[in-house]
Design a protein around this ligand. Structure first.
Ligand code: LLP
Length: 421
């Protein structure tokens, strides 16, 4: 559910017509609905009832400080994968005690910073990482709370580039090494073993792979405890999918996901940690763009819009589908097939092939739906296109939460080597 709806023929973000925001901010721009973000995190939390849990929002999905502030106000923690993300989470007041640090390649500096911030846990992904973390902790006279991320060898995820739980993927420790590594970690002076962590992929639209992985994790918790290793938490990662189009398999509702998990996890009496990203912010954001040209090709019609693959990379990188809607309705007009493309000099700069849309002309506004997750965060300034602004809407007010840099700012980021001038 989201708050981007058509009212009197114009798509609104909550109470505001997108045409007004476009006039004020210019296009393209990302637009987020605060009410939608709040609703999603509340629905997720409520699904688990009275469970002892931490919702550690996966900052990589959308790391804008306003978005993080909304989530902090809702009591969420954060799943971070870099010092930069950790600093963002801390900057909006998310306490270290609600932050987990994931990722296969944490550096010594990042470990030290996270230890100083007293984070809830490090999700350790390899033996070398374990020893390095131990050294850094010992040198600072502290103990690092850890989970090992285990690789359950379960295949899941919306695309091969976002599946992470198979044996061939770089993530986690191999299943058959888990016992030995947990035992090793338990004996290290700078390490406190707290949890088992698993994350099998993203945009998962069925319960089955989660259930398979979580049952393996539950068995592992029991056998580790039997060996004297006190596991008190289980981190089940993120990955729950969202509907991107009407024809999609509808991903499980958080209620069904939670019921399945509680069935498996309640007997363990652990703190449950989750790292949802996409399901919190995905449908809470759109990318609004303007048609530049409607260009006839030899065998097709191109709709050239002012957003491009540098602004929303998902279609080019994962062949991802984003629903595309005209901001001003064209009731009663017969749809036409368009290839929707951006202005970048790459054939891959294509958002959609043969997409049926009402007849559109230069200056018409279109909205790429479900662009709140992995949209703005994956953008770049390729082709020297300034980063697109982000806007947040609350009822009938909006605010620019990341401004579009002007061209001078873009140029000023470079420096001409002194011997050249
Ligand atoms: N936890 C870990 C360790 C992760 O690697 C991820 C996502 C998440 C949590 C959050 O997963 P979510 O709930 O959002 O599915 N850029 C891709 C998605 C990459 C996901 C990477 N990891 C996309 O645009 O589809």
């Amino acid at each position: 559910m989201h708050h981007f709806e058509n009212r009197d023929g114009i798509m609104h973000a909550e109470g505001l017509p997108l045409t007004d925001i476009a006039a004020a901010v210019g296009t393209p721009f990302y637009c987020y609905s605060e009410a939608t973000i709040r609703r999603h995190v509340q629905v997720f939390r409520r699904a688990f009832g009275d469970a002892h849990m931490l919702t550690a929002y996966s900052v990589k999905a959308n790391s804008n400080l306003s978005v993080l502030t909304v989530l902090a106000q809702e009591g969420a923690g954060a799943d971070v994968v870099s010092e930069g993300e950790l600093r963002r989470a801390r900057a909006v007041g998310i306490p270290g005690g609600k932050i987990v640090f994931s990722g296969v390649g944490k550096t010594r500096t990042e470990m030290a910073y996270a230890l100083d911030e007293n984070i809830h846990q490090f999700n350790v992904e390899s033996e070398p990482e374990l020893h390095q973390l131990n050294e850094v902790a010992v040198a600072r006279g502290v103990v690092a709370p850890i989970a090992f991320r285990v690789n359950p060898d379960v295949s899941a995820g919306g695309h091969e580039k976002i599946s992470t739980g198979k044996a061939e993927d770089k993530f986690g420790i191999p299943w058959d090494r888990a016992h030995a590594l947990f035992a090793q970690a338990h004996g290290l002076p700078g390490i406190a073993v707290k949890a088992v962590d698993v994350h099998i992929g993203s945009q998962i639209a069925a319960l089955d792979p989660f259930e398979k992985a979580f049952m393996k994790v539950a068995d592992l918790v029991k056998s580790l405890r039997a060996e004297g290793i006190p596991i008190e938490r289980v981190d089940l990662g993120g990955g729950l999918g969202i509907p991107y189009s009407d024809g999609d398999t509808i991903p499980p509702h958080p209620d069904a996901y939670a019921a399945m998990i509680r069935r498996i996890a309640d007997p363990l009496d652990v703190q449950l940690i989750f790292e949802p990203g996409r399901m919190i912010v995905g449908n809470a954001g759109i990318l609004v763009s303007r048609v530049i040209f409607n260009k006839p090709g030899t065998d097709r019609r191109f709709l050239i819009v002012d957003a491009a693959m540098n602004d929303l990379l998902r279609p080019a990188l994962y062949d991802a589908y984003h629903d595309l809607r005209p901001v001003v309705s064209h009731d009663g007009e017969s749809p036409i097939a368009y290839d929707v493309v951006g202005p970048i000099c790459e054939t891959g700069d294509r958002f959609a092939r043969e997409r049926m849309l009402p007849p559109l002309a230069a200056d018409d506004l279109v909205a790429f739906m479900s662009a709140g997750a992995y949209g703005a965060v994956q953008s770049s300034e390729y082709n020297s296109r300034p980063l697109v602004p982000e806007v947040m809407v609350n009822g009938d007010q909006f605010s620019v939460i990341r401004a579009r840099p002007d061209y001078q700012a873009l140029l000023d980021r470079d420096q001409i080597a002194p011997w050249l001038s």
